[in-house]
Design a protein around this ligand. Structure first.
Ligand code: IMP
Length: 429
């Protein structure tokens, strides 16, 4: 019997849970690191050799130069952005020879960016607050079966026809529906893609086949999640979600691997909550504690630089995430940010029409009516950034972690007390 050695890192909340850091830790023990959903909307910050790197499409795992990093079929790729990230890393001495891109991944094109901006503008106050990276319109084309895939770049003439068919329609939509001034020229888009192609041509593979072969060879595979469960197109807080599926359930579709091959699933959650963009957020706080957490936790978007909204840890959401993803363990990030806060709250259930509920309503209007009910736990004063093992945590920090584990029914395997690799503490080890 072959040994299956796969681990998935999944966000439990609305993205930005610190998955990059946990991925970076696991990537050191992996042969293959895979992104399977989303595009360059997924900003991730990685600290490597005391240097901070900001990436959005290249997997965080790239810093393990011995591993192969795959952007799999479920992703959408802005080639200009991809090439600029490759160059950015190369300038810093980090080679991308180990990067691979699926021939089935879809390409984000300039008209997707324009449509993303136009749709948001047209919604006015009801805008979703997208990252405006063209991710939604690109996935929409995929679903409409008019998308352009990485593999299409390898046939110049066919590529032109595909671009031209799209540009004709997109230009009409942009002008007639959104009164957008800019009109796209198929030739220009085509020439630009062909100019970028030599930079990535050797990296293009059939990633489904590749990954299945790697499993057969008993390689250690890490699935690097982007965004978070609450941003999932089906299971998130629709319509305030992204256009893809950040949940573990989507790994088989986004990679071409059988669902039987997904073994360990680690849910990553902040010790509190944050959200970028609009949408209901029951445990949100807007007081001096929120300001303190935002400042201490550097809670500003990696891609957009927008200040993130802050809330207490929400156990209803965490349990919902556990239910959807089937986490085998949890990783709690940014625990150090809570040091110095006298009393810590955890949302344990919602009040809806005076009834206690502990699930996530499917309708956003109902979710927006949910009032949080909290338990209060004593905080800790000590600086915990130098802690290297669980036993060294202050008692109240231990109690806080234990309460999260108790409320979610999942063991905590990892906690993190700072941005450096050394500050990621794995309990089993
Ligand atoms: P889109 O993915 O750009 O279409 O944006 C849809 C929603 O998902 C917006 O609320 C974004 O702020 C949010 N979003 C998308 N990617 C991320 C991420 O990586 N972290 C946090 N929020 C994200």
């Amino acid at each position: 019997m072959k040994q299956v050695n796969t681990t998935a890192i999944i966000g439990c909340q609305w993205g930005d849970e610190g998955k990059g850091k946990i991925t970076d830790y696991y990537s050191q023990k992996s042969d293959i690191i895979v992104r399977w959903s989303g595009g360059d909307n997924a900003g991730h910050t990685i600290v490597f050799n005391q240097q901070k790197y900001k990436l959005s499409i290249i997997p965080s795992g790239i810093f393990n130069q011995a591993a192969i990093c795959v952007i799999a079929n479920g992703c959408v790729v802005n080639l200009e952005k991809l090439v600029s990230e490759i160059n950015y890393l190369q300038k810093a001495g980090i080679s991308c020879h180990n990067l691979r891109i699926s021939d089935r991944a879809h390409v984000i094109l300039p008209y997707h960016l324009a449509l993303d901006a136009c749709v948001e503008k047209a919604k006015g106050e009801k805008a979703l607050g997208t990252t405006k990276k063209g991710v939604g319109p690109c996935y929409a084309d995929k679903i409409n079966r008019v998308g352009i895939r990485i593999g299409d770049l390898l046939n110049k003439d066919q590529l032109f026809t595909l671009i031209n068919d799209n540009v004709k329609i997109k230009n009409k939509i942009l002008k007639a529906v959104y009164q957008h001034d800019q009109q796209f020229d198929s030739q220009v888009i085509w020439a630009k893609l062909l100019a970028l192609l030599p930079e990535i041509k050797d990296l293009i593979i059939d990633s489904g086949q590749f990954l299945n072969d790697q499993v057969k060879n008993e390689k250690r595979i890490l699935f690097e999640g982007a965004q978070g469960t609450l941003l999932d197109l089906d299971h998130g807080t629709y319509p305030f979600v992204t256009a893809s599926h950040p949940c573990a359930n989507s790994i088989p579709i986004g990679t071409g691997l059988s669902l039987k091959l997904i073994k360990e699933i680690i849910g990553v959650t902040k010790a509190y909550s944050t959200r970028v963009g609009a949408g209901a957020f029951p445990s949100e706080i807007n007081d001096e504690i929120a300001d303190y957490i935002r400042k201490t936790g550097h809670e500003f978007g990696t891609v957009s630089n927008r200040p993130r909204r802050i809330g207490w840890f929400d156990a209803v959401i965490a349990k919902y995430s556990v239910q959807i993803n089937g986490f085998t363990s949890l990783a709690i990030t940014l625990l150090d940010v809570l040091s110095g806060i006298k009393e810590l709250k955890i949302c344990t259930n919602y009040l809806l029409n005076e009834q206690k509920i502990n699930y996530l309503p499917s309708q956003i209007t109902t979710f927006a009516q949910c009032q949080p009910e909290f338990i209060v736990l004593p905080g800790w004063k000590e600086d915990i950034t130098k802690v290297t093992k669980y036993d060294d945590l202050p008692l109240n920090a231990k109690n806080y972690l234990q309460k999260i584990s108790e409320l979610t029914g999942v063991a905590i395997k990892i906690f993190s007390v700072g941005p450096d690799r050394k500050q990621t503490i794995v309990m089993e080890e």
